[in-house]
Design a protein around this ligand. Structure first.
Ligand SMILES: Nc1ncnc2c1ncn2[C@@H]1O[C@H](COP(=O)(O)OP(=O)(O)O)[C@@H](O)[C@H]1O
Ligand SMILES: Cc1ncsc1CCOP(=O)(O)O
Length: 248
């Protein structure tokens, strides 16, 4: 699927957090997409209107950027531009919970890409999240993901050792990857940005299947990368690029 993104070369508007902005831009470039990071309320409407996909990531959201997210999200809905929500660390604070509740109420998302702790928080399930990391709990994430997908009429991708993707009806489990991914900040955030590129590059009828292939390619790139953190980051970007360049 990364090769399909490379062919389509979509422009992806990212309203994302300042921890991962550079990594996400480089990752999008590696798959052949074009990133534009913009969160000023006076320009987000114009930026999203000329984009093929939108990422809303709440990792470092504040009272200004939430308003920009809502303006961009509503404009994208108007223009039928696919939107991915990454609810980074939503379980960590009441503020983040309120932000995500408001986003899910006022904007229609195509995909929520999250870890198990974030999913549990959105669903109000019992879970011990750890900041922006997944944490631990006993809830059945597959069941909750299906419920959340049906409730919000969107696809849900819950990532971890095994990824789970569903639209509430059909579903995929994706195995593999490299545990080192959990020690690198921004791996989930970049994946969400690439999912926006995937949605922007695929036929609407095939988007669940295409997203599953995207998650698989992402895990493959991690498998092919070294286990030390610094080398992993460089090799991972190289491997994402190589997989995207394979002609299908
Ligand atoms: N234990 C693990 N082993 C292998 N891959 C993992 C593991 N945990 C997460 N991943 C992978 O890391 C990437 C980012 O997912 P994740 O860490 O769940 O996101 P987040 O950064 O939002 O918590 C995904 O490709 C996921 O499959
Ligand atoms: C550490 C951190 N703090 C706020 S956003 C962020 C990045 C989280 O990135 P990811 O969830 O992809 O690891």
């Amino acid at each position: 699927m990364l090769s399909q993104i490379k062919q389509a070369a979509p422009l992806i508007h990212c309203i994302t957090n300042y921890v991962v902005a550079n990594f996400s831009a480089n990752g999008l470039l590696a798959v052949g997409a074009s990133p534009i990071m913009a969160d000023e309320i006076k320009e987000v409407s114009e930026v999203v209107s000329s984009s093929d996909g939108l990422l809303i990531n709440i990792g470092t959201v504040n009272d200004f950027t939430i308003e920009s997210m809502l303006v961009a999200g509503k404009k994208a809905n108007e223009l039928n531009i696919p939107i991915v929500l990454d609810p980074v660390g939503v379980g960590a604070t009441d503020y983040r919970k309120r932000v995500v509740r408001r986003l899910l109420k006022e904007v229609k998302f195509n995909l929520i890409r999250c870890n198990a702790g974030e999913l549990a928080s959105i669903a109000g399930a019992d879970w011990q999240a750890k900041g922006v990391d997944s944490g631990e709990g006993f809830a059945n994430t597959d069941t909750i993901a299906r419920e959340v997908a049906l409730k919000y009429g969107c696809m849900v991708a819950v990532t971890g050792r095994t990824d789970f993707l569903t639209d509430g009806h059909a579903e995929y489990h994706i195995c593999g990857g490299n545990e080192t991914a959990t020690h690198i900040t921004g791996m989930g955030c970049l994946l969400s940005a690439i999912c926006a590129a995937s949605l922007a590059s695929s036929n609407r009828k095939e988007e669940l299947k295409s997203l599953a292939a995207t998650l698989k390619d992402y895990k493959k790139a991690a498998e092919l990368s070294l286990d030390e953190n610094g080398s992993f980051i460089a090799q991972f970007i190289d491997n994402v690029q190589k997989i995207a360049e394979v002609k299908k």
